[in-house]
Design a binder for this molecule. Structure first.
Ligand SMILES: Cc1ncc(COP(=O)(O)O)c(C=O)c1O
Length: 441
């Protein structure tokens, strides 16, 4: 029996009315999504207000790794909500258990954490930590990087969306190219494991742009919003070595890459990176709003009491979610499934790409992949005009997908990590069918 079912053309009758009401009341300023009003979701299956059923390749936006509304998580949130909702900066049992559970799950050298509410807030905290610990104020970040929409995070980022037309950004950010194996006109991905050409260029960038106050590096293990760009193996290891040689701290932005997304619990484990600070968000609460910054104990000790705080950080509901999510990871083979089903889906997507003249690249690790669409596979000219029809046609056929990319031409493949082979097969068939019918306008 088919898992998905969509009646007629979207939006359905109830969905249409609700979307109109929504846009009348709330500013319509978010990115483009299929016209679907979500009602309920379990595991990988989403049901909309008209009773249509979809397989989800979005996980929200790489949030619901344990599957939508996992019963253990829902129960933990309910139990916490009945007892205590907030107690700013004070201890509560859930917060203490969450901190212990998170530190236990982190790579051993990151032995302290601090809870906040969003990924952007975690990035702001990491920027502060790097500046306070080193006493320096410049940060090296990357073109194409996305770290959030608060002002420090947006200033560090290297995508136009969060900062274009918003005036001057925070001073002290030095930006370098991020190596992109699919588009590498300067050969920056060559020369593993030393990547001499890349690091000579980086030395030149620092020499030309730094005032001598470079204290830290902020980097994503793969660039998510830029289009799921994975650097060549070994480049991150070399970057950490380079930064430490120059007495800088390294913050790894694992807001979206952690909790098994790449087939390892933490993306940094693919190369056992010796980073100093990590920012975690999204799947840490699998739907409960929580984020964290984690670092060596000694790094946090540069802050005086009262220097880091957040109204909702460490609240009992978010903290109960942190604990419940980690318990689910202990009981269920989510990380293994991510690696296994991810490899299977990538293989099948690469076969689909051979048949589709516009699917230029299929890349990724575990259950985070990007499908990059181009007008021509030789010239690689981006084809963002294909993305909206793909999103709409997929939804009409029962598959929810979203888009990213510096050029807006990449479809995200990021289902909850509980996706079964049956769900993978049905969703892959939907994508293959949609791509067969897609044409350049
Ligand atoms: C790598 C990365 N960092 C930071 C953020 C910002 O997180 P939030 O939207 O929770 O502020 C995101 C969000 O997509 C992200 O992907």
């Amino acid at each position: 029996m088919k898992l998905t079912h969509v009646q007629g053309t979207l939006p359905g009758p109830k969905g249409r009315v609700l979307l109109e009401r929504w846009h009348r009341a709330e500013a319509d300023v978010v990115g483009y999504q299929a016209p679907v009003v979500w009602d309920t979701a379990r595991g990988c299956i989403v049901t909309d207000v008209d009773g249509n059923r979809y397989i989800d390749w979005t996980s929200g936006v790489l949030v619901t790794n344990v599957g939508h509304c996992h019963p253990h998580l829902v129960e933990a949130i309910k139990r916490a909500a009945e007892r205590l909702l907030n107690n700013y900066e004070c201890a509560n049992v859930e917060r203490i258990l969450a901190a212990e559970a998170l530190v236990e799950a982190l790579p051993p050298h990151l032995n302290k954490c601090f809870f906040l509410s969003t990924g952007s807030e975690g990035i702001e905290a990491a920027l502060r930590l790097m500046k306070r610990y080193t006493g320096k104020f410049e940060i090296l970040a990357f073109e194409g990087g996305f770290h959030g929409r608060t002002f420090g995070a947006a200033s560090a980022g290297g995508l136009p969306g969060p900062k274009r037309l918003y005036g001057p950004t925070v001073p002290g950010i030095i930006r370098a190219p991020y190596p992109n194996p699919y588009r590498d006109p300067l050969g920056l991905c060559q020369g593993a494991p030393r990547f001499d050409r890349y690091f000579q260029m980086l030395d030149n960038i620092v020499a030309a742009n730094s005032t001598g106050s470079l204290g830290g590096v902020l980097v994503e293990p793969y660039q998510g919003a830029a289009g799921f760009i994975f650097p060549p193996p070994g480049w991150l290891t070399r970057l950490v070595e380079w930064a430490h040689k120059h007495e800088m701290l390294v913050t790894l932005d694992e807001v979206q890459s952690s909790y098994g997304r790449t087939g390892k619990m933490w993306a940094q484990q693919h190369e056992n990176l010796d980073i100093d600070i990590m920012v975690i968000g999204k799947a840490i609460g699998c739907g409960a709003p929580v984020s964290a910054v984690a670092a060596r104990d000694q790094i946090f000790s540069c802050l005086k009491k009262g220097e880091m705080s957040s109204t909702l950080g460490g609240n009992p509901i978010a903290s109960a979610a942190v604990v419940a999510v980690l318990e689910i990871y202990q009981k269920e083979p989510l990380v293994e499934n991510s690696a296994k089903i991810g490899a299977y889906m990538k293989k099948r997507l690469r076969a689909i790409a051979k048949e589709c003249p516009y699917l230029g690249d299929v890349r990724g690790m575990g259950l985070v992949m990007g499908l990059e669409f181009v007008r021509d596979k030789k010239t690689k000219e981006p084809a963002p005009e294909l993305i909206r029809p793909i999103i709409d046609n997929c939804a009409n056929a029962g598959l929810l997908v979203g888009s990213v990319g510096l050029y807006g031409n990449v479809i995200r493949v990021a289902p909850p990590l509980v996706i079964s082979k049956e769900e993978a097969d049905e969703s892959l068939s939907i994508m293959a069918g949609v791509l067969k019918g897609i044409r350049l306008p």
